[in-house]
Design a protein around this ligand. Structure first.
Ligand SMILES: [Zn+2]
Length: 275
């Protein structure tokens, strides 16, 4: 394994990614250039404990706490724009260089950049589901309704996190919008902390791994098993794995090449290999 952003590592990675059709796995490090912070990135030691789906279902107070924070978080994430990494991957898809793109991000920025075929491993915060009847609502609409129900709420000054959550203590005054179809409880269409990725999605990803000539991991510490298992599968199949991430990842021991650098700059270097 080569470690570091040295020329040799980048050249070896370029040979691997240009040799066939790639499976790309993206994480929070891809979205930091769009202004969405990464809890697990370098220099961030304090990890707030996210809410589990069981906590969310526990009662009206948890719903208030969740939606009050999410409402503020969306004010930032909802305006984030795709960056150079998202755009480069769109080009690679258009040029037929990918077997697939799997993302651990819930920000929807790959889709916003124009990527057509994205596996949203952990769901998307721009879609809202009713926990009681299954009705689907665009997040923008729920945001508008919450704005009407809670005028002035989103003008508070708070600290934002990567999944649309924010640090906010007193949420007891927040009025939560009910499902318009049944009056039931709404939640974003994401895999909650402690939840698991649906089996058919996992199986689809394993199929993509099997078809790929190489796996390229971008901006993920592979801290959660949901992404790490695909890297493990690739390694077991003898498929080369290139990891691009600032800081160590759980996939490093399995990587053919590890590049310790930012995604946008490294992808720019790798794209030259396709020219
Ligand atoms: Zn409903």
């Amino acid at each position: 394994m080569d470690v570091g952003a040295d020329r040799g590592g980048v050249e070896q990675a370029a040979r691997i990614v240009s040799a066939g059709r790639l499976l790309v796995l993206t994480g929070a490090g891809v979205s930091t250039d769009s202004g969405i912070p990464d809890y697990r990135g370098p220099g961030r030691l304090a990890t707030p404990t996210p809410m589990t789906i069981q906590q969310l279902r526990s009662g009206p107070e948890a719903m208030q706490r969740y939606w009050a924070r999410a409402h503020l978080g969306w004010a930032r994430m909802g305006h984030a724009e795709p960056n150079a990494t998202h755009h480069t991957l769109v080009e690679w898809e258009r040029d037929g260089r990918l077997v697939g793109l799997v993302t651990q991000n819930v920000d929807g920025l790959h889709e916003r950049a124009g990527h057509r075929d994205v596996v949203d491993l952990h769901g998307r915060v721009d879609r809202v589901l009713c926990m009681d009847c299954g009705d689907v609502t665009p997040r923008e609409e729920v945001q508008r309704r919450h704005e009407e129900l809670n005028p002035g709420w989103s003008e508070q000054t708070v600290v934002h996190g990567p999944d649309g959550d924010v640090q906010l203590e007193d949420t007891s005054g927040f009025v939560v919008a009910p499902c318009l179809a049944c009056g039931g409880r709404l939640r974003p269409d994401v895999v909650f902390f402690g939840g698991s990725v649906p089996k058919p999605v996992v199986e689809h990803c394993f199929d993509l791994v099997a078809q790929a000539s190489a796996v390229l991991v971008l901006g993920s510490s592979l801290h959660v098993m949901s992404g790490l298992r695909f890297v493990r599968r690739a390694a077991a199949l003898g498929t080369p794995v290139v990891v691009v991430n600032r800081g160590p990842t759980r996939g490093d021991p399995l990587a053919t090449v590890k590049i310790d650098a930012g995604c946008a700059e490294t992808l720019g270097d790798l794209a030259i290999a396709f020219a």
